[in-house]
Write a protein that binds this ligand. Structure first.
Ligand code: SME
Length: 162
């Protein structure tokens, strides 16, 4: 992992204290990720609520109309309903893609997952084609695992895919 990625994991560990509010942490995390990783142009955290994903926090140049996404729709729905990472190098070539911003060229969605249970996901849009590499996937998987532990501690249910 890159130094900036390791610093972000340390940042999260320092905030992830027992009893911390998951909602406040989600707000801080999107701001932190966008500020520290310049190719993360828009960052959101969606959480699984029944058959929907709901946008709990976001940071970026503009709000999205997709504040609720059914689990069977979009790149976001794919990641949450399968528990798999979706790394889309060119959103114009992906039939699952739901457009939020005209400038978006690539998207990375990483589940917030503990074992089989998926609590939500981190969704990142970039204005660059193929902006996300293996290190982004590894970093955000680790970040998401830590968030999943906190979500479980907070009593959130998420779901188990399949
Ligand atoms: N593009 C996503 C929708 C969320 S916006 O990027 C914020 C999708 O295809 O699910």
């Amino acid at each position: 992992m890159q130094p900036s990625q390791l610093r972000s994991l340390a940042w999260l560990d320092a905030r992830a204290l027992p009893g911390a509010s998951f909602r406040e942490l989600a707000e801080e995390a999107v701001r932190h990720l966008r500020a520290e990783h310049p190719h993360y142009h828009w960052v959101g955290i969606y959480m699984v609520e029944g058959a929907l994903l709901r946008l709990w926090s976001w940071d970026g140049p503009a709000a999205t109309q997709h504040v609720e996404i059914p689990l069977d729709q979009g790149v976001c729905g794919y990641a949450a309903s399968t528990g798999s990472i979706a790394n889309v190098p060119d959103v114009d070539q992906d039939p699952r893609y739901l457009q939020c911003f005209l400038g978006t060229r690539s998207e990375l969605v990483v589940p917030i997952r503990a074992g089989e249970r998926v609590f939500g996901e981190i969704d990142i849009d970039s204005d660059r084609l193929a902006a996300f590499d293996d290190s982004d996937e590894a970093f955000l998987s680790a970040f998401g695992s830590r968030l999943a532990e906190l979500a479980a501690d907070a009593g959130l249910q998420g779901h188990v895919p399949g």
